[in-house]
Design a protein around this ligand. Sequence first.
Ligand code: ZN
Ligand code: ZN
Length: 295
Amino acid sequence: MAAKDVDRTTPPPLPAPLAVAVADSHTHLDMQSGTPAESLAKAASVGVDTVVQVGCDLPSSRWAAELAAEYEQVHAAVALHPNEAPRLVLGDGDGWSGQRRTPGGSSALDEALAEIDRLAALPQVRAVGETGLDYFRTGPEGVDIQKESFRRHIEIAKRHGKALVIHDRDAHEDVIALLLAEGAPERTVFHCYSGDAEMAKTCAEHGWYLSFAGPVTFKANQPLRDALAVTPLDRVLVETDAPFLTPHPYRGRPNAPYLIPVTLRAMALSLGLGEDELATAVAANTARAFGYGQV
Ligand SMILES: [Zn+2]
Ligand SMILES: [Zn+2]
């Protein structure tokens, strides 16, 4: 039993390096152990030469922007996570009820979004996200606030010409309906894609990017691999969402960007493609989706 506990906290071993370098299109270095410099060096040693650092609230969005200013290989995404927006407005269940308002009358959500807007203008901030809808963690009382926050993030992304990074948990239909109603930004990424093949086809029709994370490697998730199979090769991205969603066979242990090769190899196998071919496509797609590099 003790051995199992140790195993759960032990970082998985370094995978064999990729011959063609790719980006981790979605990670949270601020939630992982070790310094960013260590994480980036470890990732680069196995051919993960770029990461998109994603903010979920104001402090982590500011941190992402600062990290991306410091490191050329880091790009930032800034937003209030769909589970964060209702917390700002409704509180944490710490006694608040009703909407929090400042003496000036603007809401806590307005104030936080003004700061996201300011950060989104920075050149090293390549995307607005993760935003979207999460009906798994937030109950019905938060739905309207999530939708309002999502709409406002879409507007910010479009006004600054940045990519939009979507978090969609148990909310596929509403996410797509809201995107279509508002008009999706030119570059829209579904992070940790969790829909089926039918939804993937809809996303493809609109030119949206689908980013696949560790769950695509789990044996039970054949529908996710079916979705990958119908996604145009020029719209496929890969991510860790680390420290979460560690790929098979390391499920339950700490995730980090250096594990991207594990997921990418499983995807290549499932698609019947060589890993270099898939990595070449993914590298170009990530640069195009987030608007960096030569592609
Ligand atoms: Zn997410
Ligand atoms: Zn995330």
